[in-house]
Write a protein that binds this ligand. Structure first.
Ligand code: ATP
Ligand code: ZN
Length: 318
């Protein structure tokens, strides 16, 4: 597939857990798309950008090779491909490029949260509690993330056998294929159903935006349109991410309590104070950069505020 040098290209998961949320975050950035599920490539009409829909495992490699400029993928997949690349490099297995892995995490996107963990029968979990990673010495561990696991074992100076499995890893101990597993966990219900206990989590993951090269130099040959689109997308994405973490807080309060109340709001800008019909009362509006918990609302009320409303924000442009 030849690449149009005028257009930005973003890799997304074709179908699966990340697909919908990845499209949703791009739509919030103003990218209008009607992707056809059978299509590999989808063009945006308003912006000079194309979306490439592929398997998530291929996304880090496509970004590292520069086939795509950006990609949205689980950090666990990024880390696995990164470790696999480094291991091949150490062994001298690389066919073409023997340089570093040219994809980096540019932004964490806050969805598809999970963790990569070691799990085993309860008896092993107790041993792990006592001994730490040393308990893994000589064990057999089934995993779909062999490179990440190998990296962890090396880091801890432990020798263990890794059995690579594509799926149903949680069945390995029951089937006698392995002593333990190393797999993705979100709620832990699959572990419970298979009588396994989480021993240690060594990678926290969420969807991330990957960027090719990770430095300005890699973009020197870009057309001005492509560069402008890249920068605009990043600014808009930051606006969406900031909005996700922010709340619009409104309340009424006695005029003389404004200062005390403002101090109670976490990560808030200077408040907007609006006069009300009652000359002793004002309305206070403020954007809080952090979630506002019940305890904060109760403290605001105790300080004299009332009619407290917390609203979600869709976009922010500073
Ligand atoms: P593909 O066909 O693209 O290869 P897949 O079957 O490998 O898809 P999915 O099951 O769609 O992948 O999961 C994609 C990602 O979702 C995982 O790599 C991980 O980042 C995230 N994820 C979040 N929670 C979980 C979970 N409980 N189990 C597995 N993946 C999870
Ligand atoms: Zn996959």
């Amino acid at each position: 597939m030849s690449k149009d040098t005028q257009r930005l290209r973003i890799a997304l998961q074709k179908s699966g857990r990340l697909h919908e949320d990845s499209l949703a975050i791009l739509r919030l950035c103003g990218i209008k798309l009607t992707p056809d599920s059978r299509q590999l490539l989808c063009r945006s009409e308003e912006m000079p950008l194309d979306l490439l829909f592929i398997r998530d495992d291929d996304i880090p490699g496509f970004v590292a090779e520069g086939i795509c400029d950006l990609g949205i993928v689980g950090e666990n997949i990024y880390w696995e491909e990164h470790c696999a690349w480094e291991h091949d490099r150490e062994r001298g297995d690389h066919i073409s490029d023997s340089g570093p892995f040219r994809a980096r995490v540019s932004r964490k996107l806050g969805f598809s949260r999970c963790r990569l963990s070691l799990a085993g029968p309860a008896e092993f979990a107790r041993r792990y509690q006592e001994q730490g990673p040393k308990a893994l010495q000589g064990c057999t561990i089934a995993s779909s993330y062999p490179a990440s696991l190998e990296h962890f074992l090396k880091e801890n100076n432990v020798q263990a056998e890794i059995i690579k499995m594509k799926g149903s890893v949680e069945l390995a101990p029951k089937l006698g294929i392995a002593d333990l597993i190393c797999d993705l966990i979100s709620t832990g219900s699959t572990l419970v159903a298979n009588n396994l206990v989480e021993c240690h989590s060594f990678l926290k993951s969420e969807a991330v935006l990957l960027e090719h090269g990770g430095n300005e130099e890699s973009r020197t040959d870009w057309s001005p349109q492509r560069l402008a689109c890249f920068q605009q997308l990043q600014t808009r994405l930051d606006g969406v991410l900031r909005a996700r973490n922010s709340k619009y807080v409104m309340m009424n309060a006695p005029k003389d309590k404004v200062l005390e109340i403002s101090r109670l709001l976490p990560g808030a800008d200077s408040p907007t104070v609006i006069p009300l019909g009652d000359p002793e009362q004002v309305a206070i509006h403020v954007v809080s950069g952090e979630p506002v918990v019940w305890e904060t609302m109760e403290a605001l009320k105790a300080a004299g505020a009332h009619s407290i409303l917390i609203q979600s924000i869709e976009k922010v442009l500073l």
